[in-house]
Design a protein around this ligand. Structure first.
Ligand code: UT7
Length: 332
């Protein structure tokens, strides 16, 4: 491949220290460790304890610290920061600008991307386009959420699933046969089955919106489950065929971590053995935009230059898609 395109040249990640176990959750809502383990596949998730002034950019800063443990980093070289999140520090200013200032990326402009659990794929797409244009040479993509701040402790449909975490990836140009190869991204406006109605321009924050618990995510789990399986499996299948890849040539599938049964069903439909699927839901839960970069961070030492990797996600919007990358480097 001689066309200019983007390649990931490093990843980082961070999850908060506090481990919220299924046992602790069972003291708040009518559920059990057995049910959550069997039906969702989560044993524990990490939660940012509500402390003043700490939100998603705190997790991003820590993710960047972990990135720097393995990769050289000059903040002044970064030209753009893309932050995929649905739980920014504030409605405004955006979180990309805040993390850029906090970490010395003062030559960069920053934009937030809101695509819920598909945020990392959407963020990569933007970064790839910027780099392929020839105008930008170093872009930092952050993706993550602090879902604990929008999860209702009285709702057993959501409370056991959602968690906090953030990952990051740096993208640079290449003309080698590695990096971003292709993607299929989709969205469909659906405010019915997965939403948070409060806090936007339709239902600004008010005493009533708080009383009605509109500032929490609500979902129709069964419907979201079915859409997630078919949407991720179909886009992966289309992408694999479009790029003439055989199932055997796929080194890794990296799915959004929402429910182990969703991940199993997607792998089954694709005919990809489960040992080629990255899974860390049991320890981190569903960190929304954070799940895919957190997997890449966890698996970084096992990845080899040239590995064929299919990333796939589904989330509120609905938003979904699949992205095909060839890994760009060997472990350091
Ligand atoms: O990140 C993207 C967005 N989110 C997702 O992708 C999540 C998609 N959905 C899911 O993961 C699942 O639908 C849930 C985990 C939310 C729910 O699992 P489910 O297997 O679809 O449960 P269900 O709603 O069909 O309920 C089955 C049973 C019911 O009891 P009965 O009627 O069979 O007696 C529920 O009342 O399980 C009961 N139940 C629970 N029991 C203990 C539902 N939630 C719980 C719970 N603990 N937390």
């Amino acid at each position: 491949m001689s066309k200019l395109h983007a390649v990931i040249t490093g990843v980082g990640g961070y999850v908060p220290n506090y481990r919220l176990t299924n046992e602790e959750i069972s003291t708040y809502v009518d559920t059990s460790d057995e049910w959550i383990t069997k039906r969702i596949g989560i044993k524990e998730r990490r939660i940012l304890k509500p402390e003043e002034g700490i939100g998603i950019t705190y997790l991003a800063e820590k993710a960047l610290d972990n990135f720097k443990l393995k990769h050289t980093f000059n903040p002044l070289e970064i030209e753009a920061v893309i932050f995929a999140t649905s739980t920014p520090d504030y409605i405004l200013p955006n979180s990309a600008s805040l993390i850029a200032s906090k970490t010395g990326m003062t030559n960069a402009f920053g934009i937030d991307v809101n695509a819920a659990c598909s945020g990392f794929l959407y963020g990569l797409e933007v970064a790839e386009s910027f780099i392929a244009s020839g105008k930008y040479k170093k872009i930092m993509v952050f993706a993550g959420d602090v879902l604990s701040c929008v999860t209702d402790i009285t709702d057993r449909n959501t409370y056991p699933i959602f968690a906090d975490g953030c990952g990051c990836a740096i993208l640079e140009p290449t003309t080698e046969d590695v990096g971003f190869i292709d993607s299929i991204l989709r969205s469909e406006g659906n405010v019915e089955h997965l939403h948070m109605y409060g806090g936007g321009s339709v239902n600004p924050a008010s005493h009533e919106s708080v009383d009605e618990r509109l500032h929490f995510i609500k979902q129709d789990g069964k419907i979201v489950f079915k859409h997630a399986v078919s949407s991720m499996a179909d886009t992966c299948d289309e992408l694999i065929k479009k790029n003439n890849l055989s199932k055997e040539e796929v080194t890794w599938v990296v799915p959004h971590q929402a429910n182990l049964r969703i991940i199993d069903a997607v792998a089954n439909r694709l005919g990809i053995p489960i040992d080629k699927v990255m899974i860390n839901i049991e320890k981190y839960g569903n960190t929304s935009a954070g799940t895919i970069p957190l997997c890449l961070w966890d698996w970084e030492d096992k990845l080899r230059k040239g590995d064929n990797i299919i990333l796939t996600a589904f989330g509120a919007g609905f938003t979904w898609g699949a992205t095909y990358i060839k890994w760009g480097y060997n472990p350091k």
